[in-house]
Design a protein around this ligand. Structure first.
Ligand code: UFG
Length: 339
């Protein structure tokens, strides 16, 4: 069995990928420093796959500690790098913290993979944020759509990380890298054993919706209904986290099979949904009422953004097609399980 290292393994997306990789027959070694997750997630993963994944508590910015993972597991052939801070607003207030954490961890990973890995295949957790606000005639967004200057230090860490990987692929003959640009991941595992665990007041729409429906928050604010969209609210491409996780398995398989030096994929459904459409889909799917009001625009929001996932569909043999009602129901079941 091939060994895959997951950094940020107990995070929202990392935990779902740990499940899918194990079910696809890979040996996983997970690492995390629990800066935005808890050890309980390991129990959630275990309930789904029936065994404990190999795991080490490590901060990937600590080279010496990270090196021990490679000493203990010399059979690592591929890594999926999730470990990163991800709050846009926080990154504006604390850019140094974002650059240090998000970039040091990547540079350490590249060095360790190229020097100590059995193979040096890295899948990088990137984001649609690298595209900024594309012009109307550039929607849907393709991998060839020109990148715009990032609108936050968080976004810039994703752009810089992709550039670092490209430089390193040119310099180190044994390194291959694939960047996966996520659109908006939502939902939880259908078993409700793992899901998103936002720290404090959620920034993201779906956790805010489920917490409001559960009575934890009083009212959802819909940030703007005066955008140039059919109902005036912003449009995004919401992708089910389990579909997203399966794309990682395909990306790892492709790298190990074909040894493509550098590759980029958009991971989305190809369909845009407005905030109001999503709210209505949630009410329809769950039958639960939701308090919401129209509020002012949130600073820094892009108006509309959805993927052209054709490259991933074609080259990975993958598509994200779980119906939105099923996805929102999974998010609601997860919220209910947290009681
Ligand atoms: N929204 C609301 N009310 C809320 C929260 C969000 O109306 O309480 C709206 C936002 O204005 C936006 C949409 O819901 O129109 C989605 O917002 P999210 O915060 O869930 O997601 P974003 O698209 O803003 O952000 C996501 C990721 C970021 C990434 C960004 C761009 O969370 O990490 O996409 O790729 F930077």
């Amino acid at each position: 069995m091939k060994r895959v290292l997951l950094t940020g393994a107990t995070g929202y997306i990392g935990s779902h990928v740990a499940v899918e990789l194990t079910m696809a027959g890979y040996d996983v070694i997970g690492v995390d420093n629990f800066s935005n997750s808890t050890p309980k997630v390991l129990g959630g993963i275990e309930k789904i796959i029936g065994k404990r994944i190999d795991f080490m508590e490590v901060d990937c910015t600590d080279y010496a500690a990270f090196e021990k993972v490679f000493e203990k597991y010399p059979d690592i052939e591929a890594a999926i790098h999730f470990a990163a801070y991800k709050a846009v607003g926080e990154s504006v207030a604390k850019p140094v913290m974002y650059y240090r954490n998000n970039l040091d961890s990547l540079v350490n990973l590249i060095e360790l993979m190229t020097l100590k890995g059995k193979g040096a295949n890295i899948v990088f957790s990137s984001s649609a944020t690298v595209y900024g606000q594309p012009a109307d005639d550039e929607l849907p967004i393709r991998e060839s759509t020109p990148l715009q200057p990032a609108t936050s230090p968080y976004g810039r860490t994703k752009q810089i990380a992709e550039e670092i990987l490209q430089d390193c692929v040119k310099a180190y003959p044994n390194l291959n890298a694939t960047a996966l640009r996520y659109f908006n991941p939502i939902g939880a595992h259908p078993t409700a054993h793992i899901g998103e665990l936002p720290n404090g007041v959620p920034n993201n729409l779906v956790p805010f919706i489920t917490q409001t429906a559960a009575g934890i928050r009083e009212c959802l604010s819909v940030f703007g209904n005066d955008y140039n969209t059919p109902d005036g609210s912003c449009i995004r491409d919401y992708i089910y986290v389990v579909d997203l996780a399966k794309a990682h398995v395909k990306a790892v398989e492709k790298m190990l099979r074909e040894g493509i030096r550098w590759n980029v994929f958009n991971l989305g459904t190809g369909k845009g949904l407005s905030v109001l459409e999503l709210v209505n889909a949630f009410i329809k799917a769950t039958g639960v009422q939701l308090n919401y009001k129209i509020a002012g625009r949130r600073q820094g929001d892009v108006e509309q953004c959805w993927a052209d996932p054709a490259k991933a569909n074609r080259e990975l043999g993958w598509s994200a097609d779980t119906p939105i009602e099923e996805v929102l129901l999974s998010a609601w079941r997860w919220q209910e399980s947290l009681k």
